[in-house]
Design a protein around this ligand. Structure first.
Ligand SMILES: [Ca+2]
Ligand SMILES: [Ca+2]
Length: 500
């Protein structure tokens, strides 16, 4: 080989080695069914999460991060497909196509349309992209309600459903798998960059906490709704209602009717005990996060690792008279999102207006990997770098896992619209909130004396659904137009009663 070519090859080799060595690690924590309102970063004063608080003080917290919604009662399924592919809710396959046998029709009517749902999508899923780029990929998570074909692409996998109250049956199991993996890397002197996906099975029900944490939050692992409440249990949420004002549109829905220890009970005792159980599970997850971050720090890897914390969607647990994740109020439509890593300013906050499907393009950007054409999300790297505050203006949400066409929401600036068209047209409701004035989305029912006495909170007169207030008729019309435009843009196959 001529000497000039030899030198050129050597330079290319050294350059690529340097680039490889410089590439950041990525660690993503995904909890199951966790509202941002459970964290001190988002105003919770009861649930203690010191390690997540550290991520908040070292990193950036997003105030407006959302999941895009679901066409299934198992909201996890589309949510996790969106995380794995960076695609929008009507452009992803159903789990049944990738795993279980189809029965009872298509939950996403677009799933067999190859223009909308690429048949080779799994090749452009998070683990496939990072494997090709030379990353080591690791995953621990619950089993089920996810993108099975993509999950199978992680080179190291430890999946199991861990919703118990002991180290072996609870979140510590996932934490142990992550720590074992990191220690093995040290032992084998593995210096490849890594992508670790660390999912927890909690705080999804059954919310069986450890005895110490249950005692701390005044809660008991119960199978039937409790009739008495421990004075140390968390207070009811300020948006507590004994019932939602109208039917949510999904008869027999598991999360509203069949959660052990809750069922259809919405009493103070039930909700407070269940919140205590939830907080016990969340603090346990926080402990695992602390252990994993400490391990990374000991290895000297933490400074070169982007750490992202989120959940697959929020959940109600007593807010607005609901207990499930099948609604589009902010407590459920939003997700927590906290990121720390190289170059991210400590204790910073941004609006974001991001979706979970923006995570994958962001990771590609951070790792210097070109984004595949399948990705529809937007990288929020410029937000992490402090150069912008949000990636989009309008946010769209859907729940149509029950009767069709279901619920839709849209947010633009301070305004939010939710529409319900369910139960064969017998429920047709519109809600319009100004989230600046009414961030909790209080309804007139929140002013009932029995609710006020329990929550200690009396919403102001304007903190109410404004949809039928004539002074906001123009806003309502504008928001309805924004919603329809989003439905068209995103290939939503349904229309509401007033959109025909
Ligand atoms: Ca979930
Ligand atoms: Ca390796």
């Amino acid at each position: 080989m001529p000497i000039r070519l030899l030198i050129a090859n050597l330079v290319a080799f050294l350059t690529s080695a340097i680039v490889l060595a410089d590439r950041p690690n990525i660690l993503v924590f995904v909890t199951d069914d966790q509202s941002p309102l459970t964290l001190s970063a988002y105003g919770n004063r009861v649930c203690q999460t010191p390690h997540l608080d550290r991520m908040v003080s070292d990193g950036l917290t997003f105030d407006a991060a959302y999941h895009m919604g679901s066409w299934s009662g198992a909201v996890c399924t589309p949510s996790r497909h969106m995380i794995m592919t960076g695609r929008t809710v009507w452009h992803i396959p159903d789990r049944r196509r990738t795993g279980r046998r189809a029965k009872g029709g298509k939950r996403n009517p677009n799933q067999d349309n190859e223009k909308l749902v690429p048949p080779d999508l799994v090749e452009y899923s998070m683990p496939a992209i990072f494997n090709r780029a030379g990353y080591d990929t690791f995953r621990t998570c619950k089993t089920g309600n996810s993108y099975d074909a993509a999950n199978a692409r992680f080179t190291i996998r430890h999946e199991a459903m861990k919703r118990g109250g002991t180290p072996e049956t609870g979140s510590a199991w996932h934490g142990d798998r992550a720590i074992e993996y990191l220690r093995q890397r040290v032992a084998s002197k593995d210096s490849d960059p890594f992508l670790m996906y660390v999912g927890f099975s909690h705080p999804h029900d059954v919310r069986d906490g450890t005895p110490e944490l249950l005692a701390k939050y005044g809660a008991r692992n119960v199978k039937q709704p409790p009739t008495t409440v421990d004075p140390n249990a968390p207070p009811v949420p300020i948006t507590y209602l004994p019932a939602h004002p109208f039917h949510h549109g999904h008869p027999g829905l598991r999360d509203e009717e069949k959660v052990p220890g809750v069922f259809t009970s919405r009493t103070e005792a039930t909700i407070r005990n269940e919140l205590g159980r939830e907080y016990a599970c969340i603090e346990n997850i926080d402990t695992q996060i602390g252990r994993i971050l400490q391990q990374l720090e000991q290895m000297g890897e933490l400074d070169n690792t982007y750490v992202l914390f989120t959940s697959d969607h929020g959940i109600a647990v007593g807010r607005h008279g609901l207990t499930g994740k099948q609604n589009l109020y902010e407590h459920t439509w939003r997700v927590p999102l906290i990121v720390m890593g190289p170059g991210i300013q400590s204790a910073s906050r941004a609006t974001g207006n991001v979706y979970l499907l923006d995570i994958l393009p962001t990771f590609c950007d951070l790792a210097g990997i070109p984004q595949p054409a399948t990705i529809e999300g937007k990288s929020f790297k410029t937000i992490l770098e402090g150069d912008s505050d949000q990636v989009r203006e309008v946010l769209y949400g859907v729940y149509c896992g029950g009767t069709k066409p279901g619920m839709r929401s849209v947010r633009k600036g301070d305004w939010k619209l939710i529409k319900y068209d369910v139960l064969d047209g017998s429920v047709r409701e519109t809600q319009l909130f100004n989230l600046k004035d009414n961030p909790h989305e209080f309804l007139k029912q929140h002013r009932a004396p029995e609710v006020v006495s329990l929550t200690g909170n009396r919403p102001l007169a304007h903190q109410v659904n404004l949809a039928d207030d004539p002074s906001y008729a123009d806003v309502r019309r504008q928001m309805e137009a924004v919603l329809l435009a989003e439905q068209q843009r995103l290939d939503d196959p349904y229309r509401l009663w007033d959109q025909q």
